[in-house]
Design a protein around this ligand. Sequence first.
Ligand code: PLP
Length: 359
Amino acid sequence: MGPGPSDISPEVLASLSRPVIGHLDPLFVGMMDEVKALLQYAFQTKNEFTIALSAPGSAGMEACFVNLVEAGDKVIVCRNGVFGDRMIQNVTRIGAEAIVVDSPWGRAVETAKVEQALIANPDAKFVAFVHAETSTGAVSDAKALCALAQEHNCLSIVDAVTSLGGIELRVDDWGIDAIYSGSQKCLSCVPGLSPISFSEKAVNVIKERKTQIQSWFLDQSLVMSYWSGKGKRSYHHTAPVNSLYGLHESLVQLQNEGIENRWARHQTQHETLAKGLKKMGIEFIVPEDERLPQLNAIYIPEGADDVKVRNYLLNHYNLEIGAGLGDFAGKAWRIGIMGYAARSENVALCLTALEDALN
Ligand code: PLP
């Protein structure tokens, strides 16, 4: 019950042990087509360009920036935690200009500030933000931020590493242009894959670039020929065959449950956890209406020893909770209830174990 990787189901675990077959084998190619369709469902999009990168969420982030942004471009980057900061580093390494909009850690991105930045920078081309800040447990209003980006002729770049499969996320309805996620959070698959999706507008920006994409591996125009559904697949890199079996299985489970039921399950489990924590006098970092259900960031109670408590939970209950990150290191714990881990028995165990550890 940390901030990810999350627990994975027995079915996903079993799928990983299927025989390795060639990544151009017709059976495997057929499964990749299914993965693509299942990802379109998870993202709620019809985007043709929807695939899983053979690399972790950070590579998904980098793929969005290096494919879309060119040196000299202006990018509005929202920072309210660790991962917004990582976006800034991506932008500056390209030689583009990051217009940083800071919001307090533990709070949602302030849309009014983003609007001010857009007005002050009419030449900005992109708005980038983290939907679900794993470092603080805050959710930002992705729908409003993407609408603002559109109003000001900007493309949106959205980090959905912790949000995909955990909270409401509608790529097409909200007009998201480029989005990336990770396999290891609310999808409950093994770490190391990054689902991404680009709108037609984003694909056109890539096609019309003036400069060559500096990363060969992340150049999506090359990757696409491998994922293309037109039967003409050619070798790009050796796909992580077994991890993709796992992703396929986890996405089938998501589809069988229904995406809205999955979102509701995270919310229900979060409410039970929050009630129990309140009874113990433990406080959340994030105000109630900006809280992520799948990532519960709480203040370490006065007098409790951060490392001792976490070790006690691990050694006595086989239970992992996350330490604070960045500004919250040593001040907070992060309790994840992501994907397969978002179950009543886990929430009950966590509350019992925490109460024991603190007494
Ligand atoms: N963005 C967010 C919001 C994350 O939580 C993480 C990882 O926890 C990442 C990006 C980076 O993903 P990865 O660790 O898979 O590279």
